[in-house]
Design a protein around this ligand. Structure first.
Ligand code: DC
Length: 235
């Protein structure tokens, strides 16, 4: 019984999918509903990409990016509104959402050596479970044995529209066409790279969020969690 309770509270929930599919909104809400930790792994790649841009290093220069990333201190600090992201102790939460950082993050994330280290960091930050982690390779590489795996998708139009609204709310003024082009080029890079490409894990449940409200998607994920918890308690 003790062990069941332990397991009840400490699932690992993996949320993967392309940019703008709703991962961070859904993952954050699911984590809040369960009182779990939410870890936005993309924010870690973004923080490194920002450092790379600030240092004037080429985001595709593997050796230079690795040298720089090795000594970097990137920290995710949970808050009610999501993770605050600290780079060398400096709050870069808003800065890392700029379109040029998104593009550089995709390039940095395609470098094989850095990914291995990032995977280790992600696993370590999940502790003993009780975590919702979103990214591109969480259900396939970082936590292939995650208790619940979700793969969120949405049409490219809808994903671009969501990013555009987010960026406008954050004070940027991008054109919708630019955002769509940025998203499509990142999708291409994220899903065709050699190491840990974006793809749905075989045992992940795919949810197309195009015509769904956030509440509907969150409820669907929580239903999967409930099923998993029930199956744990009857095992
Ligand atoms: O989820 P996001 O848009 O914040 O991610 C930024 C970039 O980092 C994205 O282009 C893909 C990459 N990424 C990755 O390769 N693996 C992850 N687990 C998370 C993000």
């Amino acid at each position: 019984m003790e062990q069941e309770n332990e397991k009840r509270q400490r699932l690992v929930i993996a949320v993967d999918g392309p940019a703008g599919a709703g991962k961070s909104t859904v993952a954050r809400r699911v984590a809040a509903a369960l009182n779990y930790l939410y870890i936005d792994t993309g924010a870690m790649y973004r923080a490194i990409a920002l450092a790379v841009l600030e240092e004037g290093v080429g985001p595709d220069d593997g050796a230079a990016v690795e040298r720089l990333a090795r000594g970097l201190d990137v920290e995710l600090v949970p808050s009610a509104a999501g993770n605050r992201v600290l780079l060398e102790g400096r709050d870069v939460t808003e800065r890392i959402r700029a379109p040029e950082v998104s593009a550089a993050a995709s390039q940095v994330a395609a470098l094989p050596r850095g990914r291995r280290r990032m995977g280790q960091l992600h696993r370590r930050s999940a502790g003993g479970g009780g975590v919702v982690m979103d990214g591109r390779d969480i259900g396939t590489v970082v936590f292939p044995d995650a208790d619940v795996k979700v793969f969120l998708t949405a049409s490219a139009e809808e994903r671009a529209r969501r990013r555009w609204l987010e960026l406008r709310a954050a004070g940027h003024a991008p054109s919708l066409d630019d955002i769509r082009a940025n998203i499509e080029s990142r999708d291409r890079l994220d899903s065709t790279r050699d190491v840990a490409p974006l793809r749905k894990a075989e045992d992940a449940v795919e949810i197309d969020t195009t015509d769904k409200t956030v509440d509907e998607v969150v409820d669907q994920v929580l239903e999967l969690v409930r099923k998993e918890l029930d199956s744990c308690s009857t095992e």
